[in-house]
Design a protein around this ligand. Structure first.
Ligand code: KIV
Length: 278
């Protein structure tokens, strides 16, 4: 498959073709997403929770995202690779945001960056886009704002929030974003935004009316057992499968049935004789 570009995503929206996107965090998941012809792969700061074990995305650093983006980019040759700008790498000033976005491309191998916020980050989005780094927006529930929001509850159910989310979406499009993630937004609002924008919307917990969908890899594979978000669908239940494999391995090492000759290597007996004097 040829490398997916940002303009192809706009064309997909125009054709009414849905856009699948998943997160990936390393070489192996980068290869697998490529093999499954997933057009967009996100190296999300969700890695802070599902890979690094933090209780939010706040502690994730730019170096964390660069390191994991490099792993994904080594394995994935066809998807559009989006890397998250972590908390406080773009909020302080646009020039710093631009420098950090550039690092995700130059050092990480990403093709585009994603950042959270709407009207409040529009001038930053413009600054980055003006330097030819494509930006994906992210509005609705923005996990980096967990301490301000006090949790991860659906946003946009009251008029004030719904108006702000719509304003955010329009501001991102006007600032030059090429797509926008809508996280935990009521389906009718997500549908209205999708109709209003020319750029694609990518939903997570935002209903079927979005132009695309994104899922966190560990949620969809049943790997992350701390909790399963309501908006996630498990396409596999790998956690219990992996645990059972560990249990069986451990028991076979203990009872001596692993390894056998099949998993071992032979050598010439005469070489052993040459070791007898040591
Ligand atoms: O970090 C992430 O995985 C994300 C998705 C939930 C969109 O931002």
């Amino acid at each position: 498959m040829a490398k997916v570009t940002v303009s192809q995503l706009t064309e997909m929206k125009e054709r009414g073709e849905k856009i699948p996107m998943i997160t990936a965090y390393d070489y192996t998941t980068g290869i697998l997403a490529d093999a499954a012809e997933i057009p967009v792969v996100l190296v999300g700061d969700s890695l802070g929770m599902v890979v690094m074990g933090y209780d939010s995305t706040i502690p994730v650093t730019l170096d964390d995202i660069i390191r994991h983006t490099r792993m994904v980019a080594r394995g994935n040759k066809s998807s559009l690779i989006v890397a998250d700008l972590p908390f406080m790498t773009y909020q302080v000033e646009p020039a710093e945001a631009l420098r950090n976005a550039a690092k995700l491309l130059q050092e990480g191998g990403a093709h585009t960056v994603k950042l959270e916020g709407g009207t409040n980050v529009a001038s930053t989005v413009r600054r980055i886009v003006d330097c030819d780094i494509p930006v994906m927006g992210h509005i609705g529930v923005t996990p980096q704002s967990v301490n301000a929001f006090g949790g991860y509850r659906v946003r946009g159910r009251n008029l004030e929030q719904a108006r702000q989310i719509l304003r955010d979406a329009v501001a991102l499009e006007e600032a030059g974003a090429y797509a926008v993630v809508l996280e935990l937004v009521p389906s009718p609002l997500a549908q209205l935004i999708t109709k209003r924008l020319k750029i694609p919307t990518i939903g997570i917990g935002a209903g079927a009316g979005c132009d695309g969908q994104v899922q966190v890899l560990h949620d969809m594979l049943g790997l992350f057992t701390d909790f399963v978000p309501r908006h996630a669908r498990q396409y596999a239940s790998l956690g219990p499968v992996i645990k059972e494999a560990f249990v069986q391995y451990s028991s076979e090492v203990r009872d001596g049935s692993f390894p056998t000759a099949k998993e071992s290597f032979t050598m010439d007996e005469s070489i052993l004789e040459g070791l007898e004097d040591i």
